[in-house]
Design a protein around this ligand. Structure first.
Ligand code: FRU
Length: 459
């Protein structure tokens, strides 16, 4: 891989010259199109079985093997899903020179597999974006919603208010409280999108979140577009999802959205022809039984107020009914009028008859957030774990400039033994160009360089 990166340097220099000369033309094209953008609020793109069959590892999308001699960013806690504090326009927030990141954390004294049901959100800060100080859980657990708090996103607005979005996950029998019954919990893990707010300050002792606001539920599954836990209990497999809120400010329209991982509602417990593929494909392929229960989608709601507390739920942005059960931590990056819808998925969540690696998957559309998305690179993969180390990392998140952070999951050493990670993985830099992406280089573990707003920093 290293040699490949070096070979690329020559190509890169040439690429920059060509790019600079074409930028002017593409900028003109964007503004000309703006007035005619067709934001079809009811159009749901489809990741079909036919498309998902094209998933395969390529050199451009396979991550370098992770060294199992990694250091722990916070020795007392498992760290997994991670996201930086962003400004409203998507750029990396800096508070008195500090960069801030949030991550799911749980005590290392718990088993690796037990961390999900004790997850909290921890805060990290760093002056250089490489050496992170763990500052603990910034909120009052008793006030926070749910028995556990799962992934989210965080934005600091123009007045310095931090909007802290997260998933409230609770035992549906617990009546909103914190009681928890571990037996068969997956069937009762009810998820809702929640938020609170903070003031933020920094001094020589680090970064401080104070004046914690009220915790409120922003959205819950409606049963029509998005499956409720009751619907899931009737026919579901794996786990249901209504989680991972991501705040997105569309640079082309100024509109704001929350995007999340959902499942198709009860009215979608069957496959439409387009979930399978085109006519020719449908004639020549049969769908294995049970595929219809793999009903992932990417939810979207429009933000109606400055305060991001009023939302209008919309039909899903994309669905993978019959193809894949989980489109986790969905998020967006933009290049002019080209939109990339990104999500993480597991090998085990592909529907029967389909196969793909634990990886970061991407869909590209043109002309607006609500475009007709198609898998990037023809395969849909942006970053895949290498074949020889298929579970080494997970939960990739792409910054507006193509930096990709993730966590070390279950890498194997040279003897094939698994070493649980629970810390930041090496950051990757990925290039996005039309419907093609490519891993360009590996950076340091947990590294986050400053990045600019959506729509202006991918090139
Ligand atoms: C992805 C994920 C998220 C969820 C969290 C729970 O790694 O499944 O969707 O918020 O982990 O641990």
């Amino acid at each position: 891989m290293k040699t490949k990166f070096h070979e690329k340097i020559g190509k890169l220099v040439l690429g920059t010259v060509i790019l600079t000369s074409t930028l002017m033309t593409s900028a003109t094209a964007v503004s000309a199109q703006q007035t005619t953008w067709d934001v079809r609020d009811d159009h749901t793109s489809v990741w079909s079985r036919q498309q998902a069959e094209q998933v395969e590892l390529t050199e451009e999308t396979t991550a370098p093997v992770i060294d199992t001699n990694f250091e722990l960013a916070a020795p007392d806690v498992w760290i997994w899903d991670t996201w930086p504090l962003q400004n409203r326009d998507g750029s990396l927030a800096k508070i008195k020179g500090y960069r801030i990141a949030f991550a799911l954390v749980a005590p290392r004294s718990l088993g690796w597999g037990e961390r999900h049901t004790e997850a909290r959100i921890g805060m990290f800060y760093s002056k250089n974006g490489k050496d992170w100080t763990y500052a603990g859980v910034p909120y009052d657990y008793d006030k926070a919603l749910g028995h556990m708090q799962w992934a989210g996103s965080a934005m600091v607005d123009e007045d310095g208010k931090v909007h802290f979005f997260y998933t409230s996950t609770t035992d549906m029998n617990a009546d909103g409280g914190k009681e928890w019954n571990q037996d068969g919990w997956v069937k009762r893990a009810e998820q809702r999108l929640a938020k609170t707010t903070f003031d933020i300050s920094a001094d020589k002792d680090g970064v401080h979140l104070t004046n914690e606001g009220k915790h409120q539920i922003l959205l819950e599954a409606d049963g029509k577009h998005y499956e409720t836990i009751q619907q899931f209990q009737e026919h579901g497999n794996i786990i249901t999802g209504f989680r991972d809120p991501f705040f997105f400010h569309d640079p082309n329209t100024g509109k704001e959205y929350i995007i999340w991982e959902g499942q198709a509602g009860s009215n979608r417990n069957y496959l439409k022809p387009e979930n399978i593929g085109d006519e020719e494909y449908r004639k020549t392929h049969t769908v294995p039984d049970g595929a219809e229960n793999f009903n992932g989608n990417i939810g979207i709601a429009e933000v109606l107020d400055e305060d991001v507390s009023e939302l209008k739920m919309l039909p899903p942005l994309l669905e993978s009914v019959g193809a894949n059960h989980q489109l986790e931590r969905p998020h967006v990056v933009v290049d002019g009028d080209t939109y990339y819808l990104l999500t993480i998925s597991h090998k085990f969540t592909f529907a029967p008859g389909l196969d793909g690696p634990d990886g970061l998957y991407g869909f590209v559309g043109k002309g607006g957030l609500r475009s007709d998305y198609k898998p990037v690179n023809g395969t849909g993969l942006v970053v895949a774990n290498p074949e020889e180390n298929p579970f080494q990392a997970y939960s990739w998140w792409v910054a507006p400039d193509g930096q990709v952070i993730s966590f070390i999951n279950e890498p194997r050493d040279e003897n094939g033994n698994v070493k649980f990670g629970g810390t930041f993985a090496p950051t990757l830099k990925v290039s996005f160009d039309g419907d093609k992406t490519e891993i360009m280089k590996e950076m340091e573990a947990g590294e986050i360089k400053p990045f600019g707003p959506y729509g202006r920093s991918l090139r």
